[in-house]
Design a protein around this ligand. Structure first.
Ligand code: FMN
Length: 339
């Protein structure tokens, strides 16, 4: 295959969503004809009761429908998270809805959970040959009123449960109206309570415990972070993923596309999301493991997430600018065992 440095000028010359769609189609085709990919080796890390072959995972949103799992596995990830998936298929927001900020290695997106629905995602997972750690990230449909959000998450939990190694509850996309309000104290308490109760029933029914991770925003003040940390501990949620994209534009002021609505990811998100990891680590006192995501564009940044208190790291935007070789750089920089 061509090295990414040769492909990159062509990829970045395309409209971002076209490049993304072409990549998924290409990866899907590749996955069908190549042998099953393997994670890059490290001493396994046990988090949420799961053995992760290395600490670097694919963040949600790149493979929303689980169409390219087999080819993505060949990039060496220790775990792959697919979704966000909603109960029913939905188109997402009007295009254009994804913008590159190449000078600062950032991306702004307002996709709005475009996806083929959970039944299609589950069919794709069943058809894949992947045997590694698979996270399924669940959300709510745009037309489900926020008061009924829990019902959508319960559908996602129930349908994803038999296929997932862990399930991520995404309440932090800035692109679904009012979604982030689910991070508020009483709403969060009700949602986590309902999901935990259903998880207990499903564990009995399937004879297997599938852990839950909560994915949060970077745009939270100290009081909100401590409230969320307290809720995670109270409900015994197995992990927290920090963070989703930011609404803050202070680090990209003056850049082309900086004023586009949506969530900002990539290098300009690194500081803010790492600060949330640090604050969470202090508030959680080791009781709930942290999966860090946001602005990892090289191995040193991945290592910095562990130094801030995370156990595992996910990447998305860095892959667009640095290519699949970023996975190995990050695995090497966060390796447990010398080699
Ligand atoms: C185009 C795009 C789509 C995304 N879609 C989702 C999504 O569906 N669900 C989700 O939890 N996060 C989604 N994210 C957020 C990423 O998973 C990640 O939290 C964020 O981009 C920060 O990591 P990064 O700086 O490595 O990209 C998306 C990000 C991008 C750039």
């Amino acid at each position: 295959m061509l090295p990414y440095c040769l492909l990159k000028p062509f990829v970045l010359a395309l409209d971002p969503e076209t490049a993304h769609e072409m990549s998924i189609v290409g990866l899907r085709a590749l996955g069908a004809v190549t042998s099953a990919g393997r994670p890059l080796a490290d001493t396994p890390t046990r988090v949420m009761g799961i053995d992760f072959p290395n600490r670097i995972g694919l963040a949600a949103g790149l493979d929303k429908n689980g169409e390219a799992i087999d080819a993505l596995a060949g990039w060496g990830f220790g775990f792959i998270e697919i979704g966000t998936v909603t109960p029913r298929p939905q188109p997402g927001n009007p295009k254009p809805r994804m913008f590159r900020l190449p000078r600062v290695e950032g991306i702004i997106n307002r996709m709005g959970f475009n996806n083929h629905g959970i039944d299609a995602l589950i069919a794709n997972v069943r058809a894949s040959r992947f045997k590694g750690v698979l996270g399924i990230n669940i959300g709510k449909n745009a037309d489900t009123p926020i008061e009924n959000a829990a019902a959508d998450y319960l559908i996602g939990l129930e349908k994803a449960y038999p296929q997932a190694t862990y399930i991520t509850v995404n309440i932090s996309s800035p692109n679904t109206k009012n979604l982030r309000a689910l991070q508020d104290e009483s709403a969060l308490d009700a949602l986590l309570g309902a999901l935990k109760a259903r998880q207990t029933e499903l564990a009995q029914q399937h004879g297997r415990h599938v852990p839950l991770a909560l994915k949060i925003a970077p745009d939270l003040d100290d009081a909100q972070i401590s409230q969320i940390a307290a809720a995670l501990r109270r409900h015994q949620i197995e992990a927290v993923i920090a963070t989703n994209t930011t609404l803050d534009r202070s680090r990209v002021a003056g850049q082309p596309h900086a004023a586009e609505a949506g969530g900002l990811s990539g290098a300009p998100l690194f500081e803010a999301s790492t600060l949330v990891v640090k604050k969470l680590a202090a508030a959680l006192a080791g009781e709930v493991p942290i999966i860090a995501v946001g602005g990892v564009v090289d191995g040193a940044k991945a290592k910095a997430k562990l130094d801030a208190g995370a156990e595992l790291v996910q990447i998305y935007s860095g892959l667009i600018y640095r290519g699949p070789g970023l996975v190995k750089d990050c695995v090497d920089a966060t390796r447990m065992s010398p080699h």
